[in-house]
Design a binder for this molecule. Structure first.
Ligand SMILES: NC(=O)c1ccc[n+]([C@@H]2O[C@H](COP(=O)([O-])OP(=O)(O)OC[C@H]3O[C@@H](n4cnc5c(N)ncnc54)[C@H](OP(=O)(O)O)[C@@H]3O)[C@@H](O)[C@H]2O)c1
Length: 305
């Protein structure tokens, strides 16, 4: 049984761990004392773990498909939820459920523009506002840099009008990093969303450093390499030392803690439509994070399988 003293002690230990890991602990959220990092351009804190909606939220009007998603959303408090017009019905499903649950004020809603041409970009983004049922988008990103020059102009206007709070660019593969880096060099973006995981580590060679130097927030997509990491560890137990030293209870927490311990990372957005996975993922944003030596050990452990 845990009394108020235990709770206070846990919170204090969590804050000390955050401070030791160089993280401004920020507010401790009701969901489970999840740690936050600041968006460099504003200082606004974001929880270390959010949620992606690709495939998982594309359930249309199916009531049975929507039921677990409702429970996923109820677990969030200030976290990023990331979508795109590319993800079928995901924007509409997320928007319906967020409205139904009255969660708008509790979420950091991010979506993307994924088309060519000024007029078509505006049309698509207007639809995203309606589908996600937001007056103001927290973050609008240019998906995979599609017609990025054109949409950047629109987004600068919309940001100055207050229609979007932050603007960003995304990609998911290392073959695009040179181009991503070039666009980051313009200084136009508050966020970059990029793939980074124990299975796809190339971003740490340059992109993460470039983002840090330029004061750009980093959202990590594909944190499980799109589930390939789970296939790699199938049948294997989480290393005992990671449990003992870092309180890691699952492979998902192992993979996510490795990512969010990187000082350039603002948050990771694992995709899930399952409440039990969402709880598991959120737990990775609590407690201790690996230091540099422990991160190397985690990577070595995985590579030894
Ligand atoms: N270019 C871009 O902008 C771009 C590209 C790729 C992705 N993204 C964004 O990033 C998000 C994440 O990427 P992703 O969805 O491709 O890949 P991911 O997050 O690396 O992996 C998702 C997979 O992991 C499983 N999973 C999640 N939590 C788990 C847990 N605790 N235990 C076991 N399995 C778990 C999910 O299955 P369950 O549903 O069963 O949990 C799903 O199969 C996307 O949803 C999207 O929002 C953006």
């Amino acid at each position: 049984m845990s009394g108020p003293m235990d709770e206070r002690r846990r919170r204090t230990l969590g804050l000390l761990a955050a401070a030791a890991a160089g993280i401004p602990a920020g507010r401790l959220l009701a969901q489970s004392r999840i740690m936050t990092r600041k968006i460099p351009v504003s200082g606004e804190p974001l929880p270390l773990i959010g949620v992606g909606t690709w495939q998982t939220f594309d359930v249309g009007n199916d009531a049975r498909g929507r039921a677990p998603l409702r429970e996923v959303l109820k677990l969030l408090d200030g976290n990023v939820i990331d979508s795109s017009p590319m993800y079928g019905s995901s924007e509409a499903v997320a928007g319906d459920l967020i409205a139904e649950l009255g969660l708008r004020a509790k979420l950091f809603v991010a979506t993307k523009v994924w088309t060519s041409g000024r007029a078509e970009g505006i049309r698509q983004m207007e639809i995203s506002f309606r589908r996600l049922r937001v007056e103001r988008m927290d973050l609008m990103q240019v998906h995979n840099l599609v017609d990025v020059a054109t949409h950047t102009k629109t987004l600068k206007d919309w940001k100055s009008q207050g229609r979007v709070r932050y603007m960003g660019i995304t990609h998911y593969t290392s073959s695009a990093y040179a181009e991503v880096e070039r666009w980051l060099g313009t200084g136009d973006y508050d966020f970059v969303q990029i793939n980074y995981s124990l299975d796809e580590r190339e971003a740490e060679k340059r992109i993460l450093e470039v983002a840090r130097e330029r004061g750009v927030a980093v959202i990590v997509n594909r944190p499980f390499g799109g589930a390939s990491l789970f296939r790699r560890v199938r049948g294997k137990a989480v290393p005992g030392w990671a449990k003992a030293e870092l309180g890691i209870e699952s492979w998902a927490q192992f993979f996510l803690k490795w990512i969010v311990a990187h000082p350039a990372v603002t948050c990771a957005i694992p995709g899930t439509g399952k409440p039990e996975h969402m709880r598991d993922n959120l737990a990775a944003g609590t407690g201790r994070l690996p230091d540099a030596a422990q991160r190397i050990r985690m990577a070595k452990d995985l590579d030894s399988f």
